[in-house]
Design a protein around this ligand. Structure first.
Ligand SMILES: Cc1cc2nc3c(=O)[nH]c(=O)nc-3n(C[C@H](O)[C@H](O)[C@H](O)COP(=O)(O)OP(=O)(O)OC[C@H]3O[C@@H](n4cnc5c(N)ncnc54)[C@H](O)[C@@H]3O)c2cc1C
Length: 565
């Protein structure tokens, strides 16, 4: 969608009579509520968002204070071509300065202080790896090219580890890739392929994370709260601490209509009757469902119990084949879990350690690590990041907040000989400090830190190998009033584990159910840009010549295309 088509949709007849029920209070539902008001011209009072938790924002959380310690289950790397997300946030004023939008603020922060990783990879207890190339050999490059040319149908449910040679998994490319995007070797090759296409323009920047964007504060404060405030001002209703346990559907041979929603609050069930005039949006599946927290002296453990979104999706999936197969994603906790931990350091020599590793002053208000630093020889495959400080608006001046995670939590640590789920916050920090080379600073850093561990059983469930039909369409064929949103729906060409995917699902759902003459923006087509392809191929070859490069240079010499190589 170029600017010509980016106009507000025309108001549809009968919109006044419609109600919308959004099950889930993550960014997917909040975005859908925005588009119902903005493009759908729906009165906010007719929209109800139903969330099982006491807070909105879902996976984009942020909480805490100096005393308890701060907590983010995750931090988001974003990029310029989150076309749907920036379409949304160019309309939402910031909390601090209502005359500026969230997009304007984010762009300004990143313009003044553009991201560059100071120490992307390290090993041997805090020794920086200085290489910038991807470390691929000719065979790895051929395999990557083969992956790009393959169709999703022929790859089916193939796992990444079944496609590449063993040696690929020790290349710098794979360390950059898996730690940045959080892929496990046993996960979906098709999703990795989608990432290759969708983010091909980032291939030359993997070692320095240039062009990656971060919000001013954590994304709960910088993105969710402003969006929530905008929706509140429109009169949108928020029902927190309410679980949707079932939906009744009228299933006919060629149509399905939701006719009732079952809500449970404080153990009491209410049934809301719906008609074809009502719209129901369900965020099916959640990567942060059943997260468990620990503290300095208590491990996070793992919650293997049922969760609101998976239970509801499983129930609905039994009612029609077009509603997907949730068990493909949620029934493999030991393949989908990993653990993160948020570290709050007050008057701490952590500042000295970070300055040593990055050459930057954590108190400068500018970027510190510049994205994640990954310890490639860590058994848990630990990564840690320290964003611009303060990371929370209520953070004291003498505190810094870091976020770390281990992609392989079932391995025993190198310094702390335990799996992550059994480690206290202190033990997680000690293992991290070992890999950061803290040495003599260790005890003083531990003494000045508060760590909140967070185990997420489903954090990479969206990457599990899948085939067509495992994920429902946003609006399944024949669905009269039900749309599926979030990370577990099928959207051709875009990539899961992104805010963008959830916002795109929201736009798609609203435009389709309301039958609006408007499409979401195209997924950024850098994969078809010959300049991007040329740069990507060059970066795959590192310092060696691309085959045929000399001939192409010769042929293009003194022509208008000379700059291509
Ligand atoms: C550690 C981590 C790192 C990440 N890194 C990045 C990144 O670098 N870049 C990026 O773009 N994105 C990243 N993401 C992903 C991004 O945050 C998510 O894709 C996005 O927030 C998902 O939003 P959602 O609304 O689709 O789902 P969720 O945020 O999961 O929200 C779903 C909500 O629905 C509620 N719910 C579900 N079922 C019911 C029910 N039956 N009744 C009541 N409530 C229900 C749940 O409680 C939940 O709050 C990361 C996420 C995490 C956790």
């Amino acid at each position: 969608m170029g600017n010509y088509n980016n106009v507000r949709a025309i108001k549809q007849d009968g919109i006044e009579k419609k109600r919308a029920f959004l099950i889930g209070g993550g960014v997917a539902s909040l975005a859908a509520a925005f588009y119902l008001v903005y493009d759908g011209h729906m009165d906010g009072k007719m929209i109800t968002i139903i969330e099982n938790l006491p807070v909105l924002g879902g996976s984009m959380d942020g909480s805490g204070d100096e005393k308890r310690g701060f907590l983010i289950r995750g931090g988001r790397e974003m990029e310029e071509h989150y076309e749907c997300s920036w379409d949304l946030f160019c309309h939402i004023p910031t909390i601090e300065n209502p005359s500026r939008t969230v997009l304007e603020d984010l762009r300004e922060v990143n313009r003044i202080d553009p991201n560059v990783a100071a120490c992307r990879l390290m090993h041997k207890c805090g020794e920086k790896i200085e290489r910038e190339t991807l470390g691929l050999n000719g065979h790895h490059i051929m395999q990557l090219e083969k992956l790009i040319l393959a169709t999703e149908e022929e790859l089916g449910a193939t796992k990444i580890k079944e496609f590449f040679d063993e040696s690929f998994f020790t290349t710098d490319m794979w360390y950059y890739w898996r730690s940045m995007f959080a892929f496990e070797n046993w996960q979906s090759l098709v999703e990795m392929k989608r990432y290759m296409h969708r983010f091909i323009h980032h291939l030359p920047n993997l070692s320095r994370l240039r062009q990656i964007l971060f919000s001013r504060y954590n994304q709960y404060e910088s993105m969710i709260l402003p969006l929530q405030k905008w929706l509140e001002e429109q009169g949108v209703n928020f029902h927190r601490n309410v679980q949707v346990t079932d939906m009744a559907l009228d299933i006919l041979p060629d149509s399905q209509t939701v006719i009732a929603i079952h809500l449970v609050k404080n153990g009491e069930t209410t049934i809301v009757t719906t008609t074809k005039d009502d719209l129901i949006f369900f965020t099916c599946g959640s990567m942060t469902e059943n997260s468990t927290l620990g503290n300095m002296s208590t491990p996070a453990g793992v919650n293997r119990g049922p969760g609101a979104s998976w239970e509801l999706w499983k129930k609905i999936a039994t009612k029609g084949p077009s509603f997907g197969r949730p068990e493909v994603f949620c029934d493999h906790i030991d393949k989908t879990k990993w653990e993160s931990f948020t570290i709050t350091c007050t008057d701490s020599p952590m500042v000295d350690l970070l300055t040593k590793l990055t050459g930057r002053d954590p108190y400068s208000g500018k970027l510190v690590t510049g994205g994640i630093m990954t310890a490639v020889d860590s058994s848990w495959l630990l990564s840690v990041t320290c964003h611009r400080q303060p990371h929370f608006t209520n953070q004291p001046e003498n505190a810094i907040v870091l976020w770390a995670y281990g992609l392989l939590p079932d391995n025993v640590g190198d310094h702390v000989k335990k799996k992550m789920e059994y480690c206290t916050g202190e033990e997680l920090l000690r293992e991290l400090l070992y890999h950061m080379g803290a040495g003599d600073l260790t005890e003083a850093i531990v003494a000045s830190s508060t760590v909140i561990p967070c185990m997420m059983p489903y954090i990479t469930s969206q990457f599990m190998p899948r085939i067509k039909g495992d994920r429902p369409e946003v609006v399944p064929k024949g669905s009269v009033n039900l749309a599926f949103l979030g990370q577990f729906v099928e959207i051709p060409g875009d990539c899961v584990f992104t805010v963008e995917y959830s916002v795109r699902s929201a736009m798609t759902g609203v435009y389709t159910l309301l039958n609006l003459d408007k499409q979401p923006p195209e997924v950024y087509p850098s994969q078809y840009d010959i300049r991007v392809i040329a740069k990507a191929i060059k970066s795959m070859h590192g310092e060696s010549h691309v085959p045929g490069e000399g001939l192409i240079r010769y042929l293009l010499k003194d022509t208008s295309m000379a700059g291509l190589m």
